[in-house]
Write a protein that binds this ligand. Structure first.
Ligand code: ADP
Ligand code: MG
Length: 697
């Protein structure tokens, strides 16, 4: 069945086959449905006229009426510009043209009234508007009174006269035709409760707002709807999983109690206790656990993971932990081994470099059940790795693993899925977490162990390098170690590598008495590993590196992190890097080195780093600066397909939408009642032609 919205765009009046094809290839607009959901990205306010005396160069687009007093061409021959002195009795501004001067001169008159529209700027003491839109004043435009939609378009489209105005015209035609075809997609009681505009009014006001207030309502309605359906899907997925995937019930706590009474190495923080309680509740519930554990670097996730493993093992099951790199797997293994040995449990490490004989032994002991804990890299995912009874799978550093890999680990058990605990040290703002991991339950360790000294973060310009070197020397003489990190990105890899090597040389010259390691992504894996280990063992005092050390490495004796060209790093990365220090009891430092010239954003990033160590504050700022599309791991999540909602702006709407979705599912989990019929219809419609939702879970 072909519905109205499936009509090919070429059939819309004024479009035709050629422009239709272009709209498809340039903007992905193939059907009426696509076009009507191609929303303006801003609106030009033609609802009021300003007086020239009111205008300043900070304003956005404005509209004035007046007359040209005088026209002149100024500047050297090849860089001429046309200046019109334009006044309205309250003041005068300059209208400036750099292109098409001859044509414009012929058109402009000094003896008639114009409506001028544009964005004010400033040259010297004069307010100007460059390349303004101008129309003779008529009784029609004198009344003003509309918000003109602006659609983004491309050079190729513009060359075929498909500019914003033309698209607006198409929208005008289409919204007229479509009005009766647009059905309500939300349940009536929800529309009423949140005082939402009906869908058809929202669509027509998003393209042609009658006034500011209706525009705001239209935007709210469409954002709400978009986020509502995402949340509904995620929550429904979670619900289905809870019902369908039975979890192994672990209710024997003897082993746990034994550990608490005799082997606990330190008092747990309240946050650790809280999340252990949440996890334990899941593991006894009879449903499979799917929980995300968020905790900033150093918040003590390892012991939490171990305690959860004890719950599984105490009930006769096995536990696995998977890390994204070999170094990390090694460190987890070292960290867990101590605890495991104290408890008389068997633990093994499986990575790409495990020897064949060793592997075989591990496989056997896993199958017969004598191996309690297996730590490793994605080597764990190989089919030959079979457990007797895997009860808990812990996955560290989520975003490095694909969703498919996560699922593979689940399927390690034949009868029942193991409980899954995903741990991440990448702070994710609440809004993003709700969307990215909306199908997982979330626990947060929001407290660091007592006695930690907050890392001091300092910003220095490159010119201060000698002073910084002096400070490093002091620290090394105190017995500490230092990281110096350089940016290295694919696009400028050659130059970056050179900077790194130059840096290594100048540091070697400045610190002749100390051994220095260098590690970067272009080195062979074993060479990297070797250098890394020298640093871990304390044989080298300074580690010069690229961001390969970003994730998880734990050298408590390293107390200084110097980040070169700090302006080139994103906030999340800076925070991750800083997390490499401050892991022991000593005061740690993060030194951000930069050029004098900094962009506004770079300044904000550096200032944020200097003023806070709170990962969530940093993640929020990052989201605001960059938008959600760039945050690691979100590209593949479908989040960039949002048509109107913006996760960096709309967290409040998201929360309302999630609450509404939850309430509806609580009432009517199958969405079977008549009042929810709209929802079911819409879900089926979306399923037919939309995002591949399997990408999100
Ligand atoms: P992360 O969350 O970054 O993985 P870790 O689990 O590696 O953090 O813990 C960082 C350090 O803090 C480790 O040396 C660990 O032994 C220690 N630690 C964890 N929890 C506590 C606590 N409650 N009290 C004191 N030290 C703790
Ligand atoms: Mg860790």
């Amino acid at each position: 069945m072909i519905g109205f919205f499936d009509t090919k765009i070429e059939f819309l009046k004024g479009v035709g086959p050629q422009r239709g094809a272009l709209l498809g290839s340039e903007l992905g607009i193939f059907t009426y449905g696509h076009l009507i959901q191609y929303y303006p990205f801003r609106y030009e306010d033609r609802t009021r006229f300003y007086k020239i005396a009111e205008i300043n160069d900070q304003m956005n687009f404005i509209q004035v009426t007046g007359r040209i007093r005088y026209l002149e061409t100024v500047g050297p021959p090849r860089r001429q510009r046309l200046v019109a002195y334009f006044g309205d009795g309250t003041g005068e501004i300059q209208l400036v043209w750099f292109k098409g001067l001859q044509w414009i001169i012929k058109k402009l008159r000094t003896n008639i009234d114009y409506v001028v529209f544009g964005k004010p700027g400033r040259i010297g003491k004069y307010i100007n508007i460059a390349h303004p839109e101008m129309e003779p004043l008529t009784t029609k435009n004198e009344q003003g009174g509309y918000l003109q939609p602006v659609y983004s378009t491309t050079e190729k489209l513009k060359a075929r006269y498909l500019d914003s105005k033309t698209i607006a015209k198409f929208q005008r035609t289409l919204t007229g035709l479509a009005f009766r075809q647009i059905h309500e997609t939300l349940p009536p009681d929800l529309v009423q409760q949140y005082r939402l505009l009906p869908k058809n009014q929202a669509i027509s006001n998003i393209h042609y707002p009658e006034n500011q207030q209706l525009l705001a309502q239209a935007r709210y309605r469409l954002k709400f709807e978009e986020l509502f359906f995402i949340q509904l899907r995620l929550l429904k997925l979670k619900l289905t999983r809870r019902e369908r995937f039975k979890g192994i019930i672990f209710n024997n706590a003897d082993l746990l109690t034994d550990f608490y009474h005799h082997h606990l190495p330190f008092e747990l923080t309240n946050a650790q206790k809280k999340v252990i309680k949440e996890i334990y509740r899941d593991m006894r519930s009879g449903s499979q656990m799917n929980r995300l554990l968020q905790g900033d670097v150093g918040s003590g996730k390892t012991i939490v993971a171990f305690i959860c493993m004890l719950i599984a093992i105490g009930n006769g099951a096995q536990a696995a932990m998977m890390a994204p790199t070999e170094i990390l797997a090694n460190q987890h293994y070292d960290g867990l081994k101590g605890y495991a040995e104290k408890m008389g449990l068997n633990i093994a490490l499986l990575t790409g470099s495990s020897k064949t004989a060793e592997r075989r032994d591990i496989h056997e002991r896993l199958l017969e059940g004598s191996l309690h804990i297996l730590v490793g890299t994605h080597a764990l995912l190989e089919d030959v790795v079979q457990f007797q009874n895997l009860g808990l799978a812990v996955i560290d550093e989520q975003h490095r693993f694909g969703v498919a890999q996560r699922a593979k680990l689940w399927r390690k058990n034949e009868h029942t899925y193991p409980h899954v605990l995903v741990m991440t040290a990448t702070p994710i703002p609440r809004t993003l977490a709700m969307t990215l991991y909306g199908d997982l339950d979330v626990s947060v360790i929001d407290e660091l162990p007592a006695g930690r000294k907050p890392i001091k973060t300092i910003h220095h310009y490159d010119a201060n390098r000698l002073k910084v070197f002096g400070f490093l020397k002091q620290q090394i003489e105190l017995g500490r170690q230092v990281y110096v990190v350089y940016p290295l990105i694919e696009e400028s890899a050659k130059i970056d590598l050179k900077h790194l090597e130059d840096g290594y040389e100048s540091i070697s010259r400045a610190f002749p008495d100390y051994a220095i390691s260098i590690v970067h992504g272009k080195m062979k894996a074993d060479a990297k590993e070797y250098e890394m280990n020298r640093f871990v063992k304390g044989e080298t005092k300074i580690m010069v590196a690229t961001t390969v050390i970003e994730v998880g490495v734990n050298v408590p004796n390293a107390t200084v992190m110097v980040i070169e060209n700090a302006e080139r790093f994103g906030l999340a990365q800076l925070h991750q890097l800083r997390g490499r220090v401050g892991r022991g009891g000593d005061q740690s430092y993060c030194i951000l080195m930069s050029d004098y010239k900094l962009s506004k954003e770079a300044k904000t990033r550096i200032k944020t780093m200097v003023t806070t160590t709170d990962g969530f504050v940093i993640a929020d700022t990052d989201l605001k600066l960059r938008g959600p599309g760039d945050i690691s791991g979100t590209q593949q999540s479908g989040l960039t397909d949002l048509t109107i909602a913006d996760l960096s702006q709309d967290s409040e709407i998201l929360q309302q939408a999630r609450k509404a979705a939850q309430r509806i599912l609580d009432d009517d989990p199958e969405l079977k009642t008549a009042k929810n019929a709209n929802i079911l219809l819409q879900i089926n419609r979306q399923k037919k032609n939309e995002l591949n939702w399997s990408r999100i879970s």
